[in-house]
Ligand binder design. Structure first.
Ligand code: GBH
Length: 557
């Protein structure tokens, strides 16, 4: 509707005044060598916002190939999620999700922040694709807003405007040779399904989610090959239904939550999440090869079906998994750390790969844990995912503590040598790079599956309160990436871990859930007033480290 040229014209005007605003950063590598980066505002090249014709399939370089100049043995991507970036909450026929409701309740988010506008990605995606192109990014993880497609959650009432939005986005990504990696559910449950039956605590969610997933495969499966079912049930179940600190905000404490039961609901949520995931995987496998009735698996799924080439695809759940390092080398501490690691890190992967909850959870929760029937177990194992999608940010040290039930352990962020793990801007996030290497080895030994790191990143201290030009030299985040990527590289090269790729969280500063706009995880800075985007040094560093020949000075962008 004419906004493209308008945006281009405004940005052109801005560009002369903003070019002076680049800052010079001396960046230090892990080996002590230094280089200079000049981050500053992102100014899209003329015409970037106009639609290009989609590249024919096969015309783009393989997005999974590691560029020859890359210092990492796996591909790079960057990630976002719908409610955190899209905005346009009441536009285009979108229905309300539980995060719209929750963020509008007093006291639930930092200063009452909501995703109403967020990064306005809904209107600015052409600009953001140009931004990704300038960084040489070939892989972009994003999520679909369920209620943009189905305002009431059920697949009967498809919203054509929502379909048109994602159609335009996927076509433009294809034209830019950027591979979309699509999360079906990044926490924005249709409010209608919450109202109707309580969302994840009810078994009806399994069928509704599978139907939505099937519809998404049918709508976008010709352009989207890589899918994620649920983002981090180990986050949305306990925070949504036990502590009540995330949507839908249910818990037993009546001073904070109007409704809920913290001892039963998180387990029901987890149980239905596993079943919903498996049902979506089943739909996915049948879907791609339905026309010729062939079973579909992983790479083997690029089939000729009835003379037509059917796109292959891969699918998995994403899991947030930290690392519990033993505080000392004592047998007690080693065992305590392993208990903690299995309790948290195997919560969903054990059901997916072994058909049951980890023993540590069963021991603690007993009958409160819904058990899988033999049929359910078979169904889950018959519909395996293609990779572990790991989202990793932090870790701590764990030691045996016989007086601290239920796991008889405690944790600390200070090592037994007295080293305090540096704290990020988020109170839960401590920088512990070696933890990633240990965790990758643990996952590899326990499950033997390919791994993609689908989120890793950090909020840099002070970034949310300083003026933009003072935060663009984000050496804190850059060091975090250097150290974490170096540990991931070591895990792949030296420990035999089958690590395929790495997505930095996040492409853009965005709505950080209950923390609102007070925490910034972006590799690019977003001015939440003007919505202008700026490179941070970390974005430039990532892009050059991964050999994508990218921009090192915003002035030349
Ligand atoms: C990811 O979860 C999310 O997928 C992503 O949307 C988000 O932006 C990103 O993290 C950064 O936070 O406040 O003490 O209750 C990572 C796992 C689990 C980490 C919940 C933060 C809240 C801790 N997250 N946790 S607390």
């Amino acid at each position: 509707m004419g906004w493209g040229p308008l945006v281009a014209a405004i940005l052109l005007c801005l560009s002369s005044s903003t070019r002076a605003q680049t800052v010079e950063c001396t960046v230090t590598e892990l080996d002590g060598s230094t280089s200079t980066l000049r981050p500053g505002p992102f100014v899209p090249p003329a015409g970037a916002a106009s639609a290009a014709a989609p590249a024919p399939r096969g015309a783009c370089p393989n997005p999974l190939a590691v560029p020859a100049a890359s210092k990492a043995p796996f591909f790079l991507g960057s990630a976002t999620a719908a409610y955190q970036v899209e905005g346009a909450a009441a536009e285009g026929g979108r229905g309300p999700s539980i995060w719209d409701t929750f963020s509008h309740l007093p006291g639930k988010t930092h200063e009452g922040d909501t995703g109403d506008r967020a990064d306005d990605f809904y209107h600015r995606w052409a600009n953001d694709i140009a931004l990704m192109r300038s960084l040489g990014l070939r892989n972009f993880r994003l999520s679909l807003s369920w209620t943009r497609l189905f305002p009431n959650g059920t697949v009967g009432d498809l919203n054509p405007e929502g379909v048109a939005f994602y159609d335009g986005l996927f076509d433009a990504l294809r034209a830019a040779c950027i591979e979309p990696w699509v999360t079906l559910y990044h926490w924005d449950l249709p409010q209608a399904l919450q109202d109707e039956y309580g969302g994840w605590v009810d078994e009806r969610i399994v069928e509704d989610f599978a139907a939505y997933a099937q519809a998404a495969f049918d709508l976008f499966g010709d352009r989207v090959k890589y899918w994620f079912t649920l983002n981090e049930p180990e986050t949305f179940c306990p925070l949504g239904y036990e502590t009540g600190t995330f949507a839908p905000g249910r818990c037993s404490d009546r001073t904070r939550c109007l409704e809920g039961n913290s001892s039963t609901e998180p387990h029901l949520c987890a149980y239905h999440a596993v079943l919903a995931h498996a049902a979506a995987v089943s739909a996915f496998r049948q879907g791609f090869c339905r026309s010729c009735g062939q079973a579909c698996s992983l790479e083997a799924c690029s089939l000729e079906c009835a003379g037509e080439s059917v796109p292959g695809g891969q699918i998995g759940m994403t899991n947030a998994i930290g690392w519990a390092a033993p505080y000392t080398g004592s047998a007690e501490d080693v065992a305590a750390a392993e208990r903690q690691q299995s309790f948290t890190g195997a919560w969903f992967l054990d059901p997916l790969y072994r058909g049951d909850w980890p023993a540590e959870r069963k021991a603690v929760y007993g009958d409160l844990l819904p058990s899988f029937t033999p049929e359910q177990r078979r169904f889950i194992l018959d519909n395996p995912q293609d990779f572990i999608a790991l989202q990793h940010y932090t870790g701590n040290y764990v030691y045996q503590n016989a007086t601290n039930p239920p796991l008889l352990l405690s944790s600390t962020t200070k090592s037994s040598d007295g080293y305090q793990l540096p704290q990020a801007d988020s109170p839960w996030l401590f920088v512990f790079p070696k933890a990633l290497r240990s965790l990758l080895g643990w996952l590899h030994r326990r499950y033997g599956a390919p791994i993609i790191i689908t989120e890793n990143g950090v909020s840099a201290p002070g970034e949310a309160s300083k003026p933009v030009l003072e935060v663009l030299c984000d050496q804190f985040r850059l060091s975090y990436f250097q150290q974490y990527i170096s540990n991931a590289t070591a895990a792949k090269r030296d420990d035999g871990v089958d690590l395929r790729g790495y997505f930095a969280w996040s492409l853009l500063d965005n709505f950080e859930w209950a923390d609102g706009y007070s925490k910034r995880f972006g590799i690019t800075y977003v001015d939440f007033d003007s919505l202008a985007r700026y490179y941070k040094a970390s974005a430039m560093w990532l892009s050059s480290w991964f050999g994508m020949g990218a921009v090192t000075s915003a002035a030349g962008a």
